[in-house]
Design a protein around this ligand. Structure first.
Ligand code: ATP
Ligand code: MG
Length: 662
């Protein structure tokens, strides 16, 4: 890569701004210095077998394993196995094994949607056990057997966690479909994994609205004749249609089953769940995760990355419909016996102080959310944060997208009062758990950098031809070798699995993300590989352009894409959302162009800036760049799969605005 290329981006991100962990934080941290981290990491990659053998002790096995790892990345013959002779049960590890010591400890603090009308509920490990056993018995009674796929379409109510754990208990892989998805998205996923059992609720609640889940499910099931049973959890008591012989009420079934249910012994490589990716880059993939390695990896990363200690109150704001909710609400933290907030609400209801109010109410120590939420709250103004206390917070985390340095600083200074390390965690549905992040007691943070690999993870930066890059460089992020939480296949499509992840760079896992590695060996995710721009021969990451725009004090959010440009190859097209009270103008447009030019370099000057009140996002809050790329290029007809969009109306508006520009 030409030397100029890295300069273009390095000039903006700079490496001067560094936030080392404080001495008081380090004095209690699991990993308390850079030296300690480096030594542990080196050992984990020099001798992965012994590292992962030792770490597997943290969970309970019914039968021990012999082989730690048995992996082939051979492009036409990919096979990934961890702890293959081992026998265990994920639900046993998350629930039963805690009963001796923490039966009366709170597992979940369920914080319902509306704090004015509903009380928070504390659910102990003993109660969790009882609820999960009963749920499992309901499944069994209604014909669900080991190996059957169960689809779960529930809002963020405790029954969602019971349902997942009940499936794990009886060995029926769950497929959770986020409750914000449409009937079509639900039916696609039910059909793809051939499930015959659906769990849903009458309605969900979000802020002041209800979500007609049962109605959506009824509509979806018109296309899924093989679904025999629909188990319905009552959330609101609203009116719903009922199909006799197919639909059953959870609360009625509860009184017919008992509270004891054995855990099914599962092989380490038996499927635990299927989960579809967000669909940012195309048709969602049915990611399959198995049992043993996933339990080891999620619980280990939860402990180290968040510096979790016994007694901490942990809060991950994700929905269980995403991998973040699977790994860092249901499995990782419960396996570690944690107490967690389980949040049904939204960040801005009743007002934009909601998250911080919940932090204060339950003395949350560790808080994990997404950049999209941080940017949205930042836009509302500081007063909503400032009127809360937040002194219980010790660690902050983010996941889902690169976090713009501007949003990072706000999170650090305003939310964390400048005393909480931020773990910017890079990972994917496919990776099962966190892969790159600064360990909070060991690694000094740089705003916007995912930083350093977790133990056992070996990132390799390659150029398009697959040549490994050394030292400070920019290119495609791949991972050499396997880790226990890795996905095992695309459900019923091993071919797609091999093609998507192992064919581009033989011998490595291809992440699909671009990255930069700086002089200190920190990794900066620059966006999807497809989104890295090539402007007059210079490679520019969209993430860094967006960060430059968001750094302007009148900009709330920005999304940058390339478009075909006769002279430059690719031109730069920026969609910009302004702060609440700022009006778009030609002067501001010129000012922004100038601003980016000054902050990154003349080469990075946007060719077009389109002001827009909102951007198309996936249901998990990620900007859908493949759609705005097409709109920028003026290709309005073939936008591809839009089923995972949160609000399809935004697309129409963008197209209208775009048409008005040319
Ligand atoms: P699909 O694979 O269907 O296109 P998706 O990639 O959005 O959907 P996820 O698995 O939910 O589905 O998201 C993983 C992606 O999110 C990563 O590949 C990366 O692009 C982005 N990402 C996640 N965390 C971070 C982070 N901390 N920094 C930068 N990017 C991140
Ligand atoms: Mg992806």
């Amino acid at each position: 890569m030409a030397e100029q290329d890295t300069k273009v981006t390095a000039a903006y991100s700079g490496n001067e701004e560094v936030y080392p962990p404080s001495d008081s934080f380090r004095s209690k941290a699991h990993v308390a210095s850079m030296e300690e981290y480096e030594e542990m990491w080196q050992r984990s990659v020099d001798d992965p077998e012994s590292f992962w053998r030792e770490k597997a002790d943290r969970i309970d096995w019914f039968e021990p394993f012999e082989t730690v790892k048995n992996v082939s990345y051979e492009p036409r013959n990919v096979s990934i196995k961890w702890y293959e002779e081992g026998v265990l049960n994920a639900c046993y590890n998350a629930v039963d094994r805690h009963l001796d010591e923490r039966a009366d400890q709170t597992a979940f603090i369920y914080e319902p949607n509306d704090p004015n009308t509903e009380e928070a509920q504390h659910i102990t490990y003993a109660e969790l056990h009882e609820n999960v056993c009963k749920f499992a018995n309901i499944l069994k009674k209604n014909g669900v057997k080991k190996g059957d796929r169960v689809t779960i379409y529930l809002p963020m109510i405790p029954a969602a966690a019971y349902a997942m754990l009940a499936c794990a208990r009886i060995g029926a892989p769950h497929s959770v479909v986020f409750a914000g998805f449409s009937p079509d998205s639900l039916s696609d996923r039910i059909l793809d994994c051939e499930s015959t059992f659906l769990i849903t609720a009458d309605e969900g609640v979000r802020a002041t609205k209800t979500v007609p889940l049962k109605e959506n499910a009824d509509q979806a099931l018109e296309k899924c004749p093989d679904v025999e049973t629909v188990l319905v959890v009552q959330r609101t008591g609203g009116d719903i249609d009922w199909t006799e012989g197919r639909d059953i009420w959870y609360h009625e079934e509860l009184s017919t089953v008992d509270a004891e249910c054995e855990c099914e012994p599962m092989n380490a490589e038996d499927p635990l769940f299927i989960l579809y990716t967000s669909g940012s880059t195309g048709k969602p993939k049915g990611v399959l995760h198995t049992t043993g390695g996933y339990c080891v990896f999620t619980s280990l990363t939860h402990e180290y990355v968040f510096d979790y200690h016994e007694g901490d109150v942990f809060w991950c704001t994700a929905d269980v419909g995403w991998i973040t909710g699977h790994s860092y609400i249901v499995y990782g933290p419960l396996i570690n016996g944690a107490t967690q907030v389980f949040f049904e609400g939204t960040p801005t209801y009743p007002d934009a102080s909601r998250l911080w109010d919940v932090v204060d109410k339950h003395d949350v120590n560790i808080f994990y959310t997404a950049p999209t939420a941080i940017r949205a709250l930042m836009r509302q103004g500081d007063e909503y944060v400032e009127k809360t206390d937040r002194s219980s917070l010790r660690v902050l985390g983010t996941v889902g997208e690169p976090i713009n340095p501007e949003a990072w600083r706000w999170y650090y200074n305003k939310v964390g009062n400048g005393k909480c390390p931020i773990v910017d965690t890079w990972w994917q549905t496919e990776t099962g758990g966190i892969m790159i992040t600064p360990l909070p007691g060991a690694v000094a943070q740089k705003p916007g950098a995912a930083s350093k690999p977790f133990f056992g993870i070996q990132p390799e930066v390659v150029d398009n031809a697959g040549n490994i890059q050394e030292g400070a460089c920019e290119g495609v992020l791949t991972i050499a070798d396997s880790w226990p939480g890795q996905m095992r296949t695309v459900y019923k499509n091993h071919e797609r699995f091999q093609n998507t992840y192992f064919s581009q760079f033989p011998g490595k896992y291809f992440t699909g993300d671009g990255c930069r590695r700086d002089e200190d060996g920190y990794y900066w995710i620059t966006g999807r590989v497809d989104d890295v721009l090539n402007v007059s021969g210079h490679r520019i990451g969209t993430a860094e352009l967006e960060s430059a725009l968001v750094a302007h004090d009148q900009v709330a959010e920005a999304a940058v894409v390339g478009f075909p440009h006769e002279v430059k190859g690719q031109g730069i097209y920026a969609y910009v959302t302004l702060l609440k009270d700022v009006d778009p103008s030609e002067e501001l447009r010129d000012e922004l162009v100038q601003y980016v030019r000054e902050h990154i370099g003349p080469i990075a000057k946007p060719d077009f800036i389109q002001f827009t009140p909102s951007l198309p996002k996936t249901r998990s809050g990620k900007i859908m760049r493949r759609i705005i790329r097409k709109i920028a290029a003026g290709e309005f007809d073939d936008l591809g799969d839009t089923s995972t969009l949160a609000d399809p109306g935004v697309v129409e508006e963008l197209i209208d605005e775009r048409k008005g520009m040319s």
